[in-house]
Every structure is written in structure tokens, then in C-alpha cells.
Design a protein around this ligand. Structure first.
Ligand code: CTP
Ligand code: MG
Length: 231
């Protein structure tokens, strides 16, 4: 299998989760979310040392967790926005990096198949994101919250991570977004904005991003189903 680098943005505080510690350190079945994510990645890429972006003021707590659970990783300081955190991770990689997978630490249920499909697609065309076709009809609202339009659902996908890129493609996209003051909520949109092609790779709906309190219960149920609900 191709060698590739991992960047895990974990520097958010999780305002919507309303926990009293950074979201990536919140326990799921007794084990921090980040540890679940790192264990999954270790199974997909044995020997990988992911770059993990953390809130600078919580560096020591993250270092303790990674030591306690023996999950190898390289902790670096994230920035104010997710995009700043990812850029810090990209800049820390060697310039001869081939492929990089960027994955939200908060998606701790990632499975190997979509990752490997996204890596293959990124090798072929430069950029790929895991995503799932939406099941809900999506409404576009106007400024007064009246219905503006209803896009054809067959063209709509919900974005997930990992998003996988040839290193120079994502570096160039991040540099031009920064130069133009553009802030996106994911990385694939920066590549598209810079004129690149991004392949959508079908993932599965279990790859949830832990965002609100109810997601913790959902993730614990999914982990229990897989027998991964261990400390
Ligand atoms: N993230 C990051 N740096 C930031 C903000 C977010 O590395 N400045 C990371 C989060 O830690 C998370 C991923 O990006 O793993 C997706 O972000 P999100 O789910 O929005 O997490 P938070 O920003 O922490 O949550 P919230 O928006 O509810 O505050
Ligand atoms: Mg956020």
C-alpha cells in the first residue's frame, strides 16, 4: 500500500458539544475521542505517525493522553480556525511528501475502505474527499429565512473526511486561499476554488463527526456494535 501522511485537526474546543474539556479529549466508552481515531488510523496505516493539531493551552493534556494510551503521534499547535490548524500541519510535513490525508479527529468511526479508495483517487487526479449522498431534501434559504430554492438532491453529497491530496496540490490551494483571505470549512473546497478537480468517494453514514451531545451516544452505540467499546 502507498505510504501517506496524516494530518488530524484536533484544535477545536467543541463549543457545540458543551463539554468542559477540548472535544478530542472527551471520553467515548471511557477512552478519549482522539485515541479512538488514532487507533483506527494505526490499523489503516501501520507505523504512521499522524500530525495532530491541538489547542496550544491544552498541549500538556494531549501529550499525557497520547503517552497514557501509547498512541504515537506528533503534536503541534493549531490555529484559531480549522483552516489555520490544517495549514500548520501541512507546513510541518517534509516538502517531498507524496500524499496527505486530512481527517477530523472528531470522526472516530472511520473505516479503511473509503480511506483507501480516496488515496487511490487522489493519486490518480490530485484530490479526493470521502462523502455520502444526502438523504434529506436540502433547502436554500434567503436572508429572511424564506425558501429560496431546492437543489436537485441527486447532485448533493454530505462532506466527510478524510480528504486526500497530492501534497503540492493542497499546499498550493491553502496558499492561494490565505493570500485571498478565503476561509472554507473543509480543504477540498480550497482545491476546487483554485481550479482543481476533486473526486467524490462514497463513504458510509457511520463516519459521523462528533459535534453535539447526542452524537456521543450515537458514537458509543456504533462502537459497541463493532465491539470497540473498550478502554
Ligand atoms: N479544528 C481545529 N482547529 C480549529 C477548529 C477546529 O483543528 N481552530 C478541528 C476540530 O478539533 C475537529 C475538526 O476540526 O476535529 C472539525 O471541527 P468541528 O467539528 O467544528 O470542531 P470544533 O470547532 O471543536 O467544534 P465547534 O465548531 O462546535 O466549536
Ligand atoms: Mg468548528
Amino acid at each position: 500500500m502507498t505510504e501517506f501522511a496524516w494530518i488530524l485537526p484536533a484544535a477545536g474546543m467543541g463549543a457545540r458539544l458543551r463539554a468542559d474539556l477540548p472535544k478530542a479529549l472527551v471520553p467515548l466508552c471511557g477512552t478519549p475521542i482522539l485515541v479512538h481515531t488514532l487507533r483506527r488510523i494505526a490499523r489503516i496505516s501501520p507505523g504512521a505517525v499522524p500530525v495532530v493539531l491541538v489547542p496550544p493551552e491544552h498541549h500538556a493534556a494531549f501529550a499525557r493522553v497520547c503517552a497514557t494510551y501509547e498512541t504515537p503521534c506528533r503534536l503541534l499547535h493549531g490555529g484559531a480556525e480549522r483552516q489555520d490548524s490544517v495549514r500548520a500541519g501541512l507546513e510541518a510535513l517534509p516538502s517531498d511528501t507524496g500524499i496527505v490525508a486530512i481527517h477530523d479527529a472528531a470522526r472516530c468511526l472511520i473505516r479503511p475502505e473509503p480511506v483507501l479508495a480516496a488515496v487511490a483517487a487522489a493519486e490518480a487526479c490530485g484530490a479526493a474527499t470521502v462523502a455520502v449522498p444526502v438523504v434529506d431534501t436540502i433547502l436554500v434559504a434567503d436572508a429572511e429565512e424564506y425558501l429560496e430554492s431546492t437543489p436537485d438532491r441527486r447532485t448533493l453529497w454530505a462532506c466527510q473526511t478524510p480528504q486526500v491530496f497530492q501534497y503540492e496540490v493542497i499546499m498550493a490551494a491553502h496558499r492561494s486561499a490565505r493570500a485571498e483571505g478565503f476561509l472554507g470549512t473543509d480543504d477540498a473546497s480550497l482545491v476546487r476554488r483554485a481550479g482543481g478537480r476533486v473526486k467524490l468517494v462514497a463513504g458510509d453514514s457511520s463516519n459521523i463527526k462528533i459535534t453535539r451531545p447526542a452524537d456521543l451516544r450515537m458514537a458509543e452505540a456504533l462502537l459497541a456494535e463493532e465491539d470497540s467499546c473498550t478502554g
